[in-house]
Design a protein around this ligand. Structure first.
Ligand SMILES: Cc1ncc(COP(=O)(O)O)c(C=O)c1O
Length: 351
């Protein structure tokens, strides 16, 4: 009897499933849901938590645009917590002023790979029945008091676009140990279909299409195997930069590293006098120095129009936005490359 030949599997296949299992196991969560970007991973996380119109979600004022954007797409309102000058991260003291009866979730970002001080935030969230969503886009492989980043919340997520794990394109994944939220996120990922229903005849909720391609998942699986080695190289680069900045008496101030922190070190960030001129001088030397983030997201006019409020200044975020720069610290860089960056910085400040 003639059987139809199965066509090639471009998505919803074994590579994607293996990638989900492997990254979730690495992070220390029961389930992974692979999607087409980190932004999509955050959106389905918020939807699975039931966040929507009338709710408030606290997020860092020093944030990548996807964070408040995802909150706004659910219909909820982002409330922006300022950050600490030492780490550029939120903590309990910066979050607390924004708590109201409408607060449904707190999104923490382990900015640049450095962990947020999670214990006090977890206690607060538990006592008030608020969900925590953890943005581990910069931080896979990092840990807080020995606990893996991405495992310290109700739902966490990662991005795989030019991050510590790469899928050679766009990709992301959400993680949870709650099977109901995992099923909900699977459904939101693909048109509300239940992953257990092979014929996809039932639509459990209104979803969308955020599927990750098999080819990207396959690349991601290889990249995951290199994560620890790459993170160790990035950590060594960071230590070298910090030592050399002190030894050469450069006027740069690296962000602090807390004693309980093991950073993922996606970005090596310093506070630099005359930052914009420095970035231009480095660019002229062919050295890429990016700024995460130059225009604080909480002041974006289109966001303010949509949420109908002017949140007022967030002074530390504003100050950091003028000062910080991420020096190149790719795992393939050796001490000679780092010295070339440091030489160019020294020449700029001498000049
Ligand atoms: C902190 C942070 N959160 C979320 C995202 C969103 O991830 P993606 O670009 O994969 O949508 C990024 C991306 O750079 C990020 O840096």
């Amino acid at each position: 009897m003639l059987r139809p030949t199965p066509g090639p599997v471009y998505y919803d296949g074994p590579e994607g499933e293996a990638f989900e299992r492997e990254v979730a196991a690495y992070v220390g969560m029961g389930h992974g849901v692979a999607v087409s970007s980190g932004s999509a991973a955050l959106l389905i996380a918020l939807l699975a938590l039931g966040i929507g119109s009338g709710d408030e979600v606290i997020c860092p004022a020093n944030a990548y645009i996807a964070v408040p954007e995802s909150v706004i797409h659910t219909g909820a309102a982002p409330k922006y917590a300022d950050v600490l000058e030492a780490t550029a991260n939120v903590d309990l003291t910066t979050i607390k002023p924004h708590l109201t009866a409408r607060t449904k979730a707190i999104i923490v970002i382990h900015n640049y790979g450095h962990p947020v001080d999670m214990d006090p935030i977890q206690s607060l969230a538990k006592s008030r029945g608020i969900a925590i969503v953890e943005d581990a886009a910069h931080a896979l492989g990092g840990s807080y008091k020995g606990r893996r980043l991405g495992s310290l919340s109700d739902i966490s997520f990662a991005s795989f676009a030019r991050k510590c794990v790469s899928v050679a394109g766009q990709g992301g994944m959400s993680f949870t140990s709650n099977p109901e939220w995992a099923t909900a996120m699977h459904q939101y990922r693909r048109h509300g279909w239940n992953p257990a229903d092979a014929y996809r005849s039932t639509v459990g909720r209104i979803g969308y299409n955020f599927t990750l391609n098999e080819s990207n998942a396959a690349v991601g699986r290889v990249s995951l195997r290199r994560l620890d080695a790459h993170n160790a190289a990035r950590a060594a680069n960071a230590a070298y930069y910090t030592g050399a900045i002190g030894a050469r008496r450069l006027p740069l101030r690296p962000l602090d590293v807390m004693p309980w922190a093991k950073s993922g070190w996606l970005h090596y960030v310093v506070r630099a006098p005359r930052r914009d001129a420095l970035v231009e001088a480095l660019e002229r030397e062919g050295i890429e120095a990016s700024v995460h983030y130059r225009d604080p997201v909480y002041r974006l006019p289109v966001f303010l129009e949509r949420t109908g409020e002017d949140p007022g200044p967030r002074p530390v975020t504003d100050q950091l936005a003028r000062q910080i720069v991420s020096l190149p610290s790719h795992p393939d860089m050796g001490e000679r490359d780092l010295d070339a960056v440091l030489d160019a910085i020294a020449a700029f400040y001498r000049g």
